[in-house]
Design a protein around this ligand. Structure first.
Ligand code: FAD
Length: 490
């Protein structure tokens, strides 16, 4: 296959995934990032089977990491009543579902990338591509036609293809939208803020209550749902740590709000203790009390799914959160980022390997075709998943009342598409976790979440309907007009 020089902007999970995926096919990858050194937020990340199998293929050695294998998702009311348990079996989707410390994951990805470092691979039998990572390299300008990028240090980097993996506040996204003459698609506030907290698990392990000890010894992701907020907890590093994510609406956040221009803020646990003191079950109050200082994040998303990921030049594409930022409620953000990278690799391979390249008019044409194929294989899937994070957000944060009672009833339905939890339907779960992003051209999702059917990563079947939103009058986000934005009539 003809190999390419690829410039990747951003060395987050998206940038590293792209580098690993493309270098495996012999491409020369140059990764540029603003950061001075790699430091990851102290938090956990759930790595579902659809991305776990990609990491393994890219040579990321998860075997060296202390991690957990998830037993499943559990949904509990704020009064601690278990409403729904959705177990995962280890081998159902060809890879396990892991709970991992983010810094352990990024470190393992970096170690895998080091094997492609130029000076090592040139003389090894690997015969693979190369990865060069440059930190302290903020990209401040794009030449979409060359294609190339200029860093704040004044250097120009040019290649055959530029992959923009610069995260939710992407510099290039608006330029790409404008180049297509599409209307602006700004970032909008989701109404929620997320607290990411890690605590030592030992106090939980010493608790006289077996249910509390089991939070650590039996690795479920437990979701406690209540008015205008929910908490998710799961163990990490073979039971050394307990990861807590708390999502609350801005208006019920007790601490100093994360300002308009800010994305994250340090806070201490007094505001959490205060926020959850009334009505919440003892275990949630206990978890809040165990936290020290932590970081809280404003959650934003695009006004609507992005129609165009690729610049009209056909040489520059978005990838990862820059193209599809989503709320963390399905724990799929990073997984979708990794799927993007796998799909990009497959699309390039399909257009640049022997026959296709001979038939095409030029290398540029082949790259442009590959990017179109990549976008079409990714846009509908990521939009569908993003949409479901919005559905779940509304159900998770209901006040007690008729809608919440209906939610609790629906959540008790086993393997039923009316259950608002995405994973509760086997067909939806198969579609999500059984997806093999390396296979280009899998099933697409129609407008408004309607399925149009197709193959689901070899397992066969149709993409099911998304769960419905709760009744509008029960929404805790009345001013947000999500339904209006998404064109939902009922
Ligand atoms: C609370 C929370 C919990 C989450 N939990 C999960 C989970 O359990 N599972 C899951 O799959 N996902 C989860 N996610 C989502 C996941 O973290 C993101 O989807 C993923 O990390 C995005 O990766 P990225 O590389 O696209 O973006 P980023 O991580 O934002 O990386 C972008 C990189 O680009 C660099 N950069 C930016 N601008 C420039 C520039 N101009 N020049 C050079 N470099 C630049 C930045 O320094 C950064 O390193 C969670 C998210 C949140 C907020």
């Amino acid at each position: 296959m003809r190999t390419l020089t690829v410039i990747v902007v951003g060395a987050g999970i998206a940038g590293l995934s792209t580098a690993l995926a493309l270098a495996a096919d012999g491409h020369e990858v140059i990764v540029l990032d603003t950061i001075k050194e790699f430091t990851e937020v102290g938090a956990g990340i759930r790595v579902p089977p659809n991305s776990c199998k990609l990491l393994t293929e890219w040579g990321v050695d998860l075997g060296l990491i202390k991690k957990e294998v998830s037993r499943g998702n559990r949904f509990v009311s704020w009064k601690d009543k278990v409403l729904c348990e959705i177990p995962f079996s280890d081998d159902e989707f060809g890879a396990p579902y892991h709970f991992i410390h983010r810094s352990d994951l990024v470190e393992a990805m970096r170690k895998a990338a080091e094997k492609y470092a130029k000076n090592i691979t040139q003389n090894t039998p690997l015969g693979l591509g190369t990865i060069s990572i440059f930190t302290n390299s903020r990209v401040i300008e794009y030449d979409f036609n060359e294609p190339g990028v200029r860093t704040s240090g004044g250097e120009w980097y040019t290649g055959d293809l530029v992959v923009v993996a610069d995260g939710i506040r992407s510099l290039a996204r608006d330029e790409i939208i404008r180049a297509h003459h599409h209307p602006p698609n700004p970032l909008v506030d989701t109404g929620d803020v997320a607290y990411r907290i890690l605590v030592p698990a030992s106090p939980l392990l010493q608790d006289p209550d077996l249910t509390v000890r089991k939070l650590v010894t039996e690795p479920w992701a437990t979701h406690w749902m209540g008015p205008e907020g929910h908490a998710v907890g799961y163990p990490l590093r073979e039971g050394e740590l307990y990861n807590i994510i708390i999502d609350v609406t801005h208006r019920t956040d007790r601490g100093k709000s994360v300002g308009e221009a800010e994305w994250s803020k340090r806070a201490d646990n007094r505001e959490l203790v205060e926020r959850f003191k009334d009505g919440w079950c003892p275990i949630v109050r206990r978890l809040c009390g165990m936290t020290g200082e932590y970081v809280k994040w404003k959650l934003a998303e695009l006004e609507r799914p992005l129609e165009c990921w690729v610049h009209p030049s056909g040489k520059v594409t978005l990838l990862g959160d820059s193209a599809h930022p989503m709320m963390p409620y399905l724990a799929q953000g990073a997984a979708q980022v990794m799927e993007d990278a796998a799909a990009l690799r497959a699309a390039i391979f399909s257009q640049l390997s022997g026959h296709s390249l001979e038939l095409s008019e030029s290398l540029e044409f082949s790259i442009s075709s590959a990017l179109s194929l990549y976008q079409s294989s990714r846009a509908s899937r990521t939009a569908y998943i993003t949409r479901n994070t919005q559905v779940l957000q509304e159900w998770l944060h209901l006040y007690d009342g008729p809608a919440q009672e209906e939610r609790d009833r629906l959540m008790s339905l086993r393997n039923d598409e009316r259950n608002p939890v995405f994973w509760a339907s086997e067909a939806r779960r198969d579609w999500l976790f059984g997806w093999d992003a390396r296979k280009i051209g899998q099933c697409q999702v129609g407008d408004g979440g309607k399925h149009v059917g197709g193959d689901i990563g070899g397992k066969g079947g149709k993409i099911p309907e998304l769960p419905l939103f709760p009744p509008p009058e029960s929404s805790v986000y009345p001013g947000r007009d999500l339904r209006g934005r998404l064109g939902i009539v009922s």
